[in-house]
Design a protein around this ligand. Structure first.
Ligand code: GRF
Length: 200
């Protein structure tokens, strides 16, 4: 299966997926909207093709998403993975990749969609927090859930400590989700929920 990973920054989730060396998965390209994304250097160093589609070069979201899709489609991906990709995508873009576009979000969705999830979790006083991999649908951070990891919130946590503990789990569950997709184990039931088939 051919996979394109989109990043905007550090790219540690992308790195975790690359390093998982998932059988049957080929990382065809890593694409960023920012030329200075740290993840690009790592990918290039692994011999993975990289590309930049700079959102500032386009007049509106639709034009940017169109250019982004053209770039992605050159690699004929079976799966498009958003890994810290910090642009909101248009409905047209999301629909184009329906069923083959996944995202990781640093909270236990449906709690805390959007930004600053760790700060908001601390403010809310929740005892458990975590991360979610989900299929992307037009509504932000709302698509069918593939896998989640639960992280306890500790008494003396601050945003950085909590974020680091969640990130560790992200690096475990994102490769797992990609593995399931590549193995053809993910499907949607009639209610739009994800089913994970048993290992063959
Ligand atoms: C991760 O916490 C991810 O869940 C969020 O942004 C962060 C990206 O980190 N959407 P990285 O670029 O993968 O290191």
């Amino acid at each position: 299966k051919s996979i394109v990973i989109l990043v905007s920054g550090r790219g540690s989730n992308m790195q975790a997926i690359v390093e998982a060396a998932i059988p049957g998965a080929r990382i065809a390209a890593v694409v960023s909207n920012r030329a200075d994304a740290g993840g690009l250097a790592f990918a290039a160093g692994c011999g993975i093709e990289t590309a930049v589609v700079d959102h500032k070069a386009y007049g509106d979201r639709a034009a940017f998403d169109h250019a982004l899709a053209e770039c992605i489609d050159r690699f004929r991906p079976d799966l498009v993975v958003l890994a810290g990709f910090m642009r909101v995508l248009t409905d047209a873009f999301v629909r184009r990749y329906e069923g083959r576009l996944i995202n990781i979000h640093p909270s236990l969705l449906p709690a805390f969609p959007g930004l600053h999830t760790h700060r908001r979790a601390l403010e809310a006083g929740v005892r458990v927090h975590g991360a979610t991999v989900h299929f992307v649908t037009p509504a932000l951070d709302c698509g069918p859930i593939v896998i989640q990891a639960v992280v306890p919130v500790l008494q003396d946590d601050d945003e950085a400590r909590l974020a680091a503990r969640v990130l560790e789990q992200e690096h475990r569950i994102y490769p797992q989700a990609v593995r399931w997709f590549v193995d053809g184990r993910l499907s949607l039931d009639g209610q739009g929920r994800v089913r994970v088939a048993d290992d063959a």
